[in-house]
Design a protein around this ligand. Structure first.
Ligand code: NDP
Length: 451
């Protein structure tokens, strides 16, 4: 058995119920296989065995009082996966599906994504099984404060810097940061995604969505193509999806889908600037359901189905797919339908939105396929820029941050292609992203000796 097979087998045996974590480890490790031959020093130092083990896992109780005065109890997680190249860094997810497997998969992916940005950030992730849907503002605040009451002792500007993810946006970061500041009596860059008034960076809210579109544009350019007049399918309607739609529209593409966990809307005319503003207001201020878009604009709405199922069942033509909702939203059948309906490019705004079988379909059919750790790295890259600005006690302009984001995405794209090329897998962004992200972390781990 090769080292890689051994590592995958051991992870499956030790953490047998963590299927999302197995999926992420298997994808990364299989992509790293060629590095074992070129870097026997990594094999000798057991870098592969070490990198799949988190530095530490913190699991904690989050008791809080709801509006009726009843005690609620949730679970909190922070997985500090790897800090070889910088402080642990990665978002917090509040969603009822959150468990250790999901947080570990996200934290593991984050190691390679953060390395790809070229900024000094390690990998981590956290969150809770708390469901923010239907909760009042007061309840959200009380939950965030209860969560931070324990998390504060594990994080710090030089130690671990969380940010947002599903269910954690500007409002939640405000409550979390306010409480951290209160109990630590410190105004430091301990969280990113902060409001502009208290240390946030311009373009951070836009960064993941914009970055995914910049990455897709780079992939398209390798074939002499661009977004102009392309039909684009976007899933989700949260932070990443909203700004992906905005950027695609600016680049001349036509976004025809959007969804939430209840329904998918198809708008063949395209989601223009006004409609995109409606979605932002609906989701960020009114916390409403996407069905209200269909009611307002008289478009079709498919309840209980995600974007990719609808595209498959309704045979909808799509040129470019930007999955921006959640993990494993595209299965092999939906992937095959995308191929059949003319899709040429998939760039993942979400983390691991395509199943391994779906990825195989994309690659077997020579689609431009950009995995999440590369395509959605713009969010954490801009978090890194927020950390830099906090350390410098300076704020850069919108144009400056956007320009840096664009350069970082171009750099990631080139790093992926160069690494794939160097290992004889020209154009394979999966191999490229994993190897390019891994090498720097592995070399740093090697330099530290056995720690
Ligand atoms: P949000 O909470 O802002 O939005 C998530 C969106 O996805 C919502 O519209 C949500 O619907 C929808 N969704 C969630 N689960 C499902 C499901 N099972 N089926 C269909 N739709 C679903 O999160 P983000 O936009 O921040 O995150 C989206 C993805 O991007 C995640 O995978 C995240 O890890 C990834 N990501 C985010 C980054 C960031 O900077 N925010 C950075 C890098 C990656 P509903 O409204 O019903 O909940």
């Amino acid at each position: 058995m090769t080292v890689i097979k051994d590592v995958i087998a051991k992870v499956k045996q030790l953490d047998h119920d963590q299927k999302e974590f197995h999926q992420a480890v298997t994808e990364v490790m299989e992509a790293l296989e060629p590095t074992t031959k070129r870097h026997p020093e990594f094999v000798k130092a057991k870098i592969y065995e070490r990198i799949v083990e988190p530095e530490r896992v913190v699991l904690f109780r989050v008791p809080w009082l709801d509006d009726r005065g009843e005690i609620q109890v949730n679970r909190g997680f922070r997985v500090q996966f790897n800090n070889a190249i910088g402080p642990f860094k990665g978002g917090l997810r509040f969603h009822p599906s959150v468990n250790l497997s999901i947080i570990k998969f996200l934290g593991f992916e984050q190691i390679f994504k953060n390395s790809l940005t070229t900024l000094p950030m390690g990998g981590g992730k956290g969150g809770s099984d708390f469901d923010p849907k239907g909760r009042s503002d007061m309840e959200i605040m009380k939950f965030c404060q209860a969560f931070m009451r324990e998390l504060f002792r594990h994080i710090g500007g030089e130690t671990d810097v969380p940010a947002g993810d599903i269910g954690v946006g500007g409002r939640e970061i405000g409550y979390l940061y306010g409480y951290y500041k209160k109990i630590k009596n410190e105004h430091t860059g301990v969280l990113t995604g902060k409001g502009l008034e208290y240390g946030g960076s311009l373009i951070r809210p836009e960064a993941t969505g914009y970055g995914a579109v910049y990455f897709a544009a780079e992939m398209l350019a390798t074939k002499g193509l661009d977004f102009k007049n392309k039909i684009v399918a976007v899933s989700g309607s949260g932070n990443v999806a909203q700004y992906a739609i905005e950027k695609v529209t600016q680049m001349g593409g036509r976004v025809i889908t959007v969804c939430d966990s209840n329904a998918t809307v198809v708008d063949e005319e395209g989601i223009n600037v006004e409609k995109c503003c409606f979605i932002m207001d609906l989701k960020n201020n009114h916390r409403g359901r996407i069905k209200e878009y269909a009611d307002k604009y008289q478009t079709v709405c498919f309840e209980g189905k995600n974007v990719w199922e609808v595209i498959k069942e309704q045979d909808i033509k799509v040129d470019i797919a930007l999955p921006c909702a959640t993990q494993n939203e595209i299965d092999s059948e939906s992937a095959a339908a995308l191929v059949k309906n003319g899709c040429i490019c998939v760039a993942e705004g979400a983390n691991m939105p395509s199943t391994p079988e779906a990825i195989k379909v994309f690659q077997d059919n020579n689609l431009l396929y950009g995995p999440g750790k590369a395509a959605n790295a713009g969010g954490v890259a801009t978090s890194g820029l927020e950390m830099s600005q906090n350390s410098l006690r300076l704020s850069w302009t919108r144009e400056e941050v956007d320009h840096r984001l664009l350069l970082i995405m171009k750099g990631i794209h080139k790093a992926c292609l160069d690494a794939a090329d160097a290992y004889g897998k020209k154009g394979d962004y999966v191999i490229g992203a994993n190897i390019a992200g891994f090498i720097k972390v592995a070399k740093a781990m090697l330099a530290y000796g056995v720690v």
